[in-house]
Every structure is written in structure tokens, then in C-alpha cells.
Design a protein around this ligand. Structure first.
Ligand SMILES: [Zn+2]
Length: 352
């Protein structure tokens, strides 16, 4: 049954990708093994270490074509840390009816300064692929396995000259770990600089990371006013929008939130995530990507384990001990730890 669902979703996204002017995202929705909507109290900002892989041709020096400059890459982080903290300069463009649900998502991103072996790094890998375009299949099956850093502890983002504009995978059983992460077309990565209209403000990565953290498109996996995106405070929406629509637009009996980062409109017209999406993303980190909370990828970020999110209705980590029963607050490489929770359960963790 699930395979049939995947097939249908593939068809629906392919059809969407044929539209001119819309954000061509080939994200394929999948069912998550946990409830994204469990109410949790989020008391701390979660910082996600990021590894950037720039796929470029051999004859492109840094700053030419696909070979993005470090500055272009860093500009993307400024955008992400605005969008996920609601520090974007255009919050005043959010219609007043949506202001009550506009969220500071309490998620930030850092360019990794420590690689999986514990060595210093600038967080950027440059990979040569001498073809004008790269298919998503080749990227997933060949380039990703050759370049990925442990996706339990890093968000891997590839920039490449793909035919779509971007895609990402949710944490789910059906996706091999070597394919996990986010892909953004190089021409739409970062703010200004080499980024091209109409996706020149860095929101393509914001959108794809939204998928990576468990969000569907605002109209849901299917068009029509059927099942929506499963988030209560994003209004039901018939289909996606593109270009920069005038406000308001209505469908499914309500005003549509087409300026949500998970819609397809131009970068200049996107400006919010909602409180419901924030909860869904933190539930996804907690249940689908808990390693991100324990990562040593950014030395400025102290990994304080999964207690970082204070869960009201779920189990809570009390302490972690090693095989000798000694309490350990920070793990090292190749270490086995046992996590002891307040409900009496114990979980064996291996850190490689
Ligand atoms: Zn998308």
C-alpha cells in the first residue's frame, strides 16, 4: 500500500514540475513513523551542523559556474538563521490574519567546523563531476555515497546543476541513509551573488530543509481540498501558487497562506513558518533525527543530548552511562552508551 502511495506521489510531483514559474521541487512525501503533532514545549534553540557539498565541473574555478564561493555558501546560512528564527527582514509582509501563528521555529544552522573524524574543517567539500547536468538518480546513487558525512550527525546539503530546483527526503524507513539530506540547484543557493531570480533570496534551501524536517507542501501531498499537509494552522489549500500572487487568495473555503515557505511562490514573496510547522519540525528532530542533537559538528555548539527539547508527554533522558556504569555527559567516537529514561526504559546507543 505504501509503495502505491509513493507511486502516486511521484506522479503528482512530476506534473507539478512542468509548470513554468513555479518552484520545481521534486520532494516525495513519505509516511513518518511518529506523530509530528505531539504538543511539546520547546525551550532551547536547536542548532544543526551542516556539511555543504558543491558539485562542479573540473574547469570551473571557485566563483565560476557551479563552483560557488565560500561567501555565497555563507550567505545561505544568514538566510536560514533568519527564516527559522523569524528574523527575516520582511516579516511585515505577513498578512495580519496569519501573524498569530507566525513562528520563531527555534532552529539554527552552523557550517560544520569539525568533520566526522574530529578534525577541523571549513564544512565545504568540492566534488568534480564533468557533465553539464546531473540526474537525481546519479546524485543519489553515486555522488551522495562518495561525499556524505554521517547523516545522523550532519545535515548534508548538495548544490548541483539538477533539472529540478531542489529536493529532500524526510526521515523514513524507505530512504537509505546514504541518500539522506537536501539538494538545491546551484543557481538558487545563497542570497544574491550568483543566485538567480526568482529564487535569489535563499528560500529554496529553507523550503527543502522544511521537508527534511518533516514538512509537506502547504497544499499537502495531493492537490484538492482533501488531506492537506496535516498541520492544523496552515489553512487547507487547493493547490500551490507561483510567481507572486496578490493577497488575499482563497480556496477550500479559506484564505490561503501562499507566503508560507512550503509553497511555490517566488523567494521575494515568502515570509513565514507557523507554530504548527515548528512543532512538527521539532518532533521530527526528536524522533527522526535525534543524532543532530548530539553532534559535535560545530564546536561552538554544546551538544546537550536529547534533553534539549523538554518533552511534556514523552519520555525524558535522565542520564547516559557507559558499559562500566559510569555516567558520561559527552560521548566520544566508537563509544557505546546506555541512555536511561524517566519511564525506566534503557536505550543502547553507538556513536561512530
Ligand atoms: Zn517542496
Amino acid at each position: 500500500m505504501r509503495q502505491i502511495l509513493y507511486f502516486l506521489l511521484l506522479i503528482s510531483t512530476s506534473i507539478l514540475a512542468q509548470d513554468q514559474g513555479a518552484r520545481n521541487c521534486s520532494f516525495v512525501a513519505s509516511k513518518l513513523s511518529f506523530d509530528r503533532n505531539v504538543q511539546i514545549e520547546i525551550t532551547n534553540v536547536v542548532t544543526i551542523p551542516v556539511h555543504i557539498i558543491v558539485v562542479h565541473k573540473d574547469n570551473e574555478q571557485i566563483g565560476q559556474g557551479r563552483n560557488l564561493t565560500d561567501a555565497q555558501i555563507i550567505s545561505q546560512f544568514s538566510v536560514l538563521n533568519q527564516d527559522f528564527r523569524r528574523l527575516n527582514p520582511d516579516t511585515n509582509n505577513t498578512p495580519s490574519e496569519f501573524l498569530p501563528v507566525a513562528a520563531d521555529c527555534m532552529i539554527e544552522f552552523c557550517l560544520a567546523d569539525t568533520d566526522p573524524d574530529g578534525n577541523p574543517t571549513n564544512g565545504i567539500t568540492r566534488y568534480v563531476y564533468n557533465s553539464n547536468n546531473v540526474t537525481e538518480n546519479y546524485l543519489d546513487q553515486t555522488i551522495k555515497p562518495a561525499t556524505i558525512w554521517n547523516p545522523d550527525y550532519y545535515l548534508n546539503i548538495w548544490t548541483a546543476r539538477i533539472s529540478d530546483d531542489g529536493y529532500a527526503y524526510m526521515p523514513s524507513d524507505g530512504v537509505p541513509s546514504y541518500m539522506d539530506g537536501v539538494v538545491v540547484r546551484d543557481t538558487y543557493f545563497g542570497f544574491g551573488g550568483s543566485a538567480q531570480l526568482p529564487f535569489d533570496r535563499g528560500h529554496m534551501a529553507t523550503h527543502e530543509i522544511g521537508h527534511y524536517l518533516g514538512l509537506f507542501h502547504t497544499w499537502g501531498p495531493f492537490s484538492g481540498c482533501t488531506i492537506g499537509d496535516g498541520i492544523s494552522d496552515t489553512p487547507d489549500q487547493q493547490n500551490y501558487y507561483y510567481d507572486c500572487p496578490s493577497y488575499p487568495q482563497n480556496s477550500c473555503g479559506s484564505s490561503d497562506m501562499f507566503m508560507n515557505y512550503m509553497d511555490y511562490v517566488d523567494d521575494a514573496c515568502l515570509n513565514l513558518f507557523t507554530e504548527g510547522q515548528k512543532i512538527a519540525m521539532h518532533n521530527t528532530i526528536q524522533n527522526g533525527r535525534p543524532g543532530l542533537l548530539q553532534s559535535y559538528g560545530c564546536s561552538s555548539v554544546d551538544p546537550i543530548s536529547i534533553t534539549e527539547i523538554n518533552i511534556k508527554e514523552n519520555k525524558k533522558l535522565i542520564k547516559s552511562i557507559n558499559v562500566f556504569g559510569k555516567e558520561i555527559s559527552k560521548h566520544t567516537k566508537n563509544q557505546i552508551l546506555f541512555y536511561i529514561y524517566n519511564d525506566g526504559s534503557v536505550e543502547k546507543m553507538f556513536f561512530n
